[in-house]
Design a protein. Sequence first.
Length: 121
Amino acid sequence: MSESETPQAQASGGVIAFPGPRPTTVTFDRRELSELLNLYGRMVAAGEWRDYAIDFLKDKAQFSVYRRASEVPLYRIVKDPALARKQGAYSVVAATGLVLKRGPELARVLRVLDRKLSVVG
């Protein structure tokens, strides 16, 4: 054992593991996933959407919806806790990158996508 290595470092193969919190990822909780999947189910039944993807990243979580699996997402529902105090943690982003709605409550933000069908006269 060299002078620079501690007994713990030598026992773990020379790699020193520092105790402390691990980097966490941002996720959707059960209530949020329920709201997202309920909307997704209604839109699939209406023939609007066909596929989805969920991404849990270090700084945000995304729920992306697709008309076809080979295309870019039609919409991305993004949860970004860093924006919670400023503009709201949730946002709906169109395929072009335009933010359609942003706010602190997921249900209210999702209303922009859950439009009721109406007869045009």
